[in-house]
Design a protein around this ligand. Structure first.
Ligand code: APR
Length: 231
């Protein structure tokens, strides 16, 4: 397995205390995603949207990477081929767990983005609708997060990695949000083997060649050990 491409979702950070979206008690059972995760919601009520992401930024800063994040960093360091991590997560737990070159397709909580001029800068702990863009001085600062209806980041680079993949692994994602949910089919079409590591079967479970189910902190280190020790 030369090129391993890994897609992660909220499930890998669940045991670090960060909530998932669609599980029982998930974020989308408590908040209306149309109000806090769309450009239209932001235009209607920027205070509400900033409050939502400020709370998530604080949770993220208080969370620690878990054994699954560290195991993927170990795989990146010890696998003889290339290991690419694509995450839908906006936290920084992969990086704090030791991973490098993580592709954040849905943006990051640590970033601020000017809705007027697209300038990016490091987000303060608490953002507010009156924050001025350091480049154009307009008060339309938003979190650098990809909302529903917006194009995820780095898609050309991601499709290149998928077409070069020998093994595609999805970890802790429910397979409900496209384009990420379609990556397994894209990688398969390019000849990759596919593996799902998740608490329970995802919406796209039927497409994978193989699967292990259980908490990420158990099944991800197990899988990494098998792979690294076998090489
Ligand atoms: N270990 C492994 N998997 C887990 C764990 C755990 N401890 N806990 C939950 N899971 C699994 C669930 O079974 C589910 O399949 O993680 C998945 C979480 O699914 P979602 O909440 O839908 O999260 P995700 O797939 O990352 O969501 C995709 O939706 O709202 C958007 O932009 C947001 O990036 C997010 C996207």
């Amino acid at each position: 397995m030369t090129n391993i491409v890994i897609l992660t979702g909220a499930g890998i950070s669940a045991e670090s205390g960060l909530g998932t979206f669609r599980d029982k008690n998930g974020l989308w059972t408590k908040y209306d995603l149309n109000e806090v995760a769309t450009p239209e919601g932001f235009a209607r009520n920027p205070d509400l949207v900033h409050d939502f992401y400020n709370a998530r930024r604080a949770n993220c800063q208080n969370a620690q990477p878990n054994a699954a994040h560290s195991a993927l960093a170990r795989l990146q360091a010890q696998h003889w081929g290339r290991v690419t991590i694509i995450t839908q997560n906006v936290d920084d737990l992969h990086e704090r767990g030791g991973a490098t070159d993580v592709i954040h397709m849905h943006g990051r909580l640590s970033g601020a983005l000017c809705a007027a001029c697209d300038h990016r800068w490091a987000a303060p702990a608490a953002m507010s609708p009156t924050d001025l863009c350091p480049a154009c001085n307009k008060p339309v600062s938003r979190p650098d997060i990809v909302w529903f209806g917006e194009m995820p980041y780095h898609m050309d680079e991601i499709y290149k990695h998928l077409s070069d993949a020998d093994l595609f692994v999805a970890i802790g994602t429910s397979g409900n949000v496209y384009p990420a949910a379609g990556f397994v089919a894209d990688a398969r079409a390019s000849g990759a083997k596919t593996l799902e590591l998740n608490l329970e079967p995802s919406a796209t479970a039927g497409i994978f060649d193989d699967a292990h189910f259980g908490p990420a902190t158990i099944i991800v280190p197990q899988w990494v050990s098998e792979l690294v020790d076998a090489s």
